[in-house]
Design a binder for this molecule. Structure first.
Ligand code: SAH
Length: 263
């Protein structure tokens, strides 16, 4: 790069684990990157697969936020394209704004390339739908309180009272809190639940199905204690229901902008 110019930082969603689930745009940016800072062991495969020879590749797992932003800023002095590679989508539990603010303060340009979140990949792995007509039309992405406190009004019991699809991140070691919250919200013991460990990771994905009453035991038996998505949803298992309300869009008796009703 010519002296005096600075490069741009791209926050790229690597997707949930399968390197083929990065976006085409994310893969192209990696292929032209001069430097890549990737988030722990989760996304190293995409970085090493797609970054060009000679690219500076650094794992951020032992770095503080200050060290990461300093590293990114330093790399923009030498490279036109600097990639911060994050798991799933960078805007979900990704410290995106904390990392972007020091870049903006230095006048360094940055952009975000979205990624396939592990919530999407987990439902895809299980062949489940987040929404179903007349069952639920809403999805909540949340977590239970760990060291990061939950803002007021967002405790899982009050969110669960809506009876929508709940995708619960960062909480597999706190399953007892998840269960207590669902019970407090009145979910029955036989409410279906899903835990997906390493969704989309070739050869490592585990799909556990159970109920509010037994999912913790199933996780214990399967040895799943990290990198897992917990889903509680009234849509789970709908593949095997006897009756299902149809989507209006594909209903033969329903007219819309692109199709006239046939009956
Ligand atoms: N930005 C990421 C989430 C980062 S928080 C995203 O959009 O997916 C990390 C949490 O994400 C983990 O605790 C776990 O709950 C979930 N997670 C990340 N990758 C996963 C995967 N491959 N399978 C299941 N859960 C995963």
């Amino acid at each position: 790069m010519t002296s005096g110019t600075t490069g741009k930082v791209w926050f790229v969603g690597a997707g949930p684990g399968d390197p083929e689930l990065i976006t085409v745009k994310g893969q192209k940016l990696l292929a032209q990157a001069g430097a890549v800072l990737f988030a722990g062991s989760l996304v190293d495969r995409a970085a090493t697969l797609y970054a060009p020879p000679g690219c500076v590749i650094r794992d951020s797992k032992d770095m503080t936020l200050e060290e990461m932003t300093a590293w990114l800023i330093e790399q923009t002095r030498a490279h036109a394209t600097v990639v911060r590679l994050q798991t799933g989508d960078p805007g979900l539990y990704g410290a995106l704004i904390e990392m972007a603010r020091p870049l903006s303060a230095e006048g360094i340009e940055w952009s975000v390339v979205p990624g396939v979140s592990s919530a999407m990949a987990s439902m895809a792995a299980a062949g489940e739908s987040m929404t179903l007509p007349e069952v639920t039309q809403s999805v909540i992405f949340t977590r239970v309180e760990g060291r990061t406190p939950m803002p007021e009004g967002e405790d899982l019991a009050s969110l669960a009272a809506h009876r929508t699809t709940l995708c619960i991140f960062l909480s597999i070691t706190l399953m007892y809190k998840v269960e207590a919250a669902l019970r407090a919200a009145g979910w029955p013991e036989d409410a279906p639940m899903l835990v997906v460990h390493k969704a989309s990771w070739p050869g490592e994905e585990k799909i556990l199905r159970g109920t509010l009453g037994d999912i913790k035991q199933r996780c214990r038996e399967a040895g799943v204690a990290s990198q897992a998505m917990i889903v509680a949803s009234p849509t789970l298992g709908a593949l095997h229901w006897e009756t299902l309300v149809r989507s209006k869009l594909y209903d033969p008796t329903f007219t819309h902008r692109f199709r006239k009703a046939s009956a």
